[in-house]
Design a protein around this ligand. Structure first.
Ligand code: ADP
Ligand code: ASP
Ligand code: MG
Length: 421
């Protein structure tokens, strides 16, 4: 008997009909002789709608209350799914994150899992029932409060349960057939990837391919969980995210995919004295805000002024806090002024074979040049090249780069549901 963890994203349970369809699928898996644990997201765009609602009441809601609000979304879908399964004659029990033993730190809105003790889930399985767990949420023992794991965090719930229960596989059901060489909503000719290493998947997720949540990929890699990303709308094989063990060689494509991210902004610090210690001072101020900064570019200073500019990218949601911290320390840091630009897009090209292949950046820059797209910042890692462009050119940038690297598949990719929000 296999133990299978199945995670269904919001677009797979968007309405009552979808919930009944998913329930059938789950019952079939159980009837085939497997133990089944299901992790479910909030219905459709519920979480976004709850965030909008909170913002209408106050833009300054506390993390604790926001988490109380947002976890309600998953609570609705878990109960409805359990009801749908029972109506098909199969025993099912739903659990909140805390009932399922998902213990986290106290960081509201982006809590990290510190312990998983799914005793009640195990007991439900032992009693022959299907266990349904609300995604994206946990419980902090110190504060006694409910937490959420960050947007997209139901993926992490599924992986954490798969690891703790020693599941044979963790299936991530969504509205596309797997991981593609680019977002199929942007590039309809994108090709489905059959197998991808967790290293490449991590880079794609970090670069904005929201098909999998980055922390879930990290967790799966650390605990050796095999992920199977697939569609809940058909029975096609999806994408396996594999963890090649040391010594095992896998075929590494030069390029595995292109990702885009519109959630970042750029801060430019103008007129920074070009003397040792300035970058240290400035980024110590930035670090005090806990913001996750990404690309950093420092210009060459002009000899006449001895001043330089430093730009960096960061999540838009951290923009206000970081600007304020810098402004508050302006005199001490000795720069002239700050510029804030939230109309940027970041494109990343990822591929493990890139590290042994020259000319990848040249080809990328040429493709963007030929499309008349200006590059504002560049950064590279061993298996990734990222560039910043204007936000309104990012989709075109993804398409031309995808084409330049011959990533197209033979058929048009299917998007089965969801609003892409
Ligand atoms: P779910 O509600 O199932 O969690 P998400 O909306 O979080 O689904 O993720 C699925 C979406 O991710 C797809 O509909 C697609 O638009 C988007 N996506 C972005 N990049 C990729 C990619 N490289 N491959 C597949 N889907 C991608
Ligand atoms: N419902 C949550 C969100 O929309 C968690 C998830 O779907 O993974 O972010
Ligand atoms: Mg998701």
């Amino acid at each position: 008997m296999s133990l299978i963890v199945q995670k269904y994203g919001g677009s797979s349970v968007a309405d009552a009909e979808s919930i009944k369809r998913v329930a059938k699928r789950i019952v079939e898996t159980r009837k085939a002789g497997n133990e089944v644990v299901v992790v479910v997201s909030a219905m459709g765009d519920t979480t976004d709608e709850l965030v909008d609602l909170a913002n209408q009441v106050t833009p300054l809601a506390s993390g604790r209350e926001l988490d109380m609000l947002l976890t309600a979304g998953e609570r609705i879908s878990m109960a409805l799914l359990a009801m749908a399964i029972k109506s098909l004659g199969q025993e099912a029990r739903s659990y909140t994150g805390s009932q399922a033993g998902l213990i986290t730190d106290a960081r509201h809105g982006s809590a990290r899992i510190v312990d998983v003790s799914p005793t009640r889930v195990r007991a439900a399985l032992d009693a022959g029932a299907i266990a349904i767990v609300a995604g994206f949420q946990g419980f902090n023992r110190g504060t006694g409060d409910i937490t959420t794991l960050g947007r997209g965090g139901s993926d992490t719930t599924a992986v954490a349960l798969a690891a703790a229960l020693k599941a044979d596989v963790c299936e991530i059901y969504t509205d596309v057939d797997g991981v593609f060489t680019a977002d199929p909503r942007v590039v309809p000719t994108a090709r489905k990837i059959d197998r991808i290493t967790s290293e490449e998947m991590l880079e794609l997720a970090a670069a904005g391919a929201k098909i999998l949540y980055i922390r879930a990929v990290e967790y799966a890699r650390r605990h050796g969980v095999t992920l199977h990303v697939r569609s809940s709308f058909n029975n096609n094989e999806g994408t396996l995210v594999v963890n090649p063990t040391d010594g095992e060689s896998v075929e590494e494509p030069i390029i595995s995919g292109v990702a885009a991210d519109l959630s970042e902004a750029k801060i430019t610090i103008v007129g920074v004295p070009d003397v040792p210690g300035k970058a240290a001072q400035i980024f110590t101020i930035v670090a005090s805000t806990d913001a996750n900064i990404d690309m950093i570019v420092q210009n060459v200073s002009t000899a006449a002024t001895g001043l330089t500019d430093i730009s960096f990218t960061l999540p838009k949601s951290d923009g206000g806090t970081v600007l304020k911290a810098l402004e508050d320390n302006k005199a001490e840091a000795g720069f002239d002024s700050l510029q804030y630009d939230d109309q940027i897009g970041k494109l990343a090209l990822v591929g493990a074979g890139m590290r042994t292949n020259a000319g990848v950046s040249a080809k990328l820059f040429t493709a963007l040049f030929e499309a008349g797209i200006n590059i504002e910042m560049i950064s590279t890692s061993e298996i990734r090249i990222s560039v910043v462009t204007r936000a309104d050119t990012i989709n075109e940038a993804v398409r031309v780069v995808h084409k330049a690297f011959d990533l197209d598949g033979d058929e048009v990719a299917q998007v089965h549901g969801g609003t892409g929000r």
